[in-house]
Design a protein around this ligand. Structure first.
Ligand code: NAP
Length: 247
């Protein structure tokens, strides 16, 4: 299927590894021009070397609103505009209600909620003016079923999902779709670092295996496509059947 993404200009954050890199890889394969964002320049350069000459990189920390503003301006200058935003970053630190001080919340909300609000503020007006745009945020299945010991992530991502749904409704008439994709357990380096042997994790999923990040990237590309223009305001689980609720 031709996703009609040739020449579309995509900003992908958290793009030097894992799910973000897989999204960038898939968009490049579909002919999009992509700017990759992360903090480590070395890892960004490794990703650029793999993805090819048409790929741009900008180092930025999504924990900083000033960095986000600069990063969007640089990406616009490099690509001549932004048609697609894939908003992603690492998650906040683990903890329970008991172990997590209120002082830890602002940083988590900045990384996993406000950074996406800021990126939307900086990119969506031009998408609306052009009559075409795609916003995809990578959240978590924790939005459906909060995960124990991840109170910061559970809180921030639920808030982000409310923001995205509201934005989707406001901009739908201008050709801009806004969706989130909720990963379950995917075989990224980070997951292997955190859990070591992932055999038991995989066995606990209805499909009996971890998700392939490359498949995840292709799903995000599909949501960016022309064909997916009628999907907006959705929060789509990609979790091998892990979330058991009806919604
Ligand atoms: P990952 O492999 O650790 O990748 C995270 C990416 O984000 C890296 O490129 C990292 O590069 C970048 N990043 C982290 N903090 C950043 C910051 N402050 N500013 C800019 N870039 C930043 O993680 P992943 O497994 O792909 O997960 C991606 C997202 O999905 C996370 O929010 C994670 O919580 C969520 N998720 C993942 C899974 C899973 O199974 N993998 C499941 C549920 C939810 P630098 O470190 O160089 O900045």
């Amino acid at each position: 299927m031709d996703l009609q993404l040739k020449g579309k200009r995509a900003l992908v954050t958290g793009a030097s590894s894992g799910l973000g890199l897989a999204c960038a890889r898939s968009l490049v394969a579909e002919g999009a021009i992509v700017t990759l964002v992360a903090r480590s320049t070395a890892r960004l350069e490794r990703a650029r070397a793999e993805l090819g000459a048409g790929t741009h990189v900008v180092a930025a920390d999504l924990a900083s609103l000033a960095d986000i503003e600069r990063m969007v301006q640089e990406a616009e200058a490099l690509m001549g505009g932004i048609d697609i935003l894939v908003a992603n970053a690492g998650g906040p630190p683990p903890g329970s209600f008991e172990s997590t001080d209120v002082a830890a919340y602002p940083a988590a909300l900045q990384l996993s909620l406000l950074s996406t609000v800021a990126m939307c503020k900086a990119t969506v007006p031009a998408m609306r003016a052009r009559g075409w745009g795609r916003v995809i945020a990578i959240t978590s299945i924790a939005v459906r079923e909060p995960i124990a010991q991840l109170i910061l992530s559970n809180t921030a991502r639920a808030g982000l999902t409310g923001f995205l749904k509201t934005l989707a409704t406001e901009v739908a008439g201008d050709g801009v779709t806004v969706n989130s994709v909720q990963p379950g357990l995917h075989a990224t380096d980070r997951l292997r670092e955190v859990f070591g042997d992932t055999t038991r994790l995989a066995a606990g999923l209805p499909v009996g295996k971890l998700g392939d990040p490359e498949d995840f990237g292709r799903i995000v590309s599909f949501l960016c496509s022309q064909t997916a223009g009628f999907i907006t305001g959705a929060a789509i689980p990609v979790d091998g059947g892990a979330s058991r609720g009806l919604q």
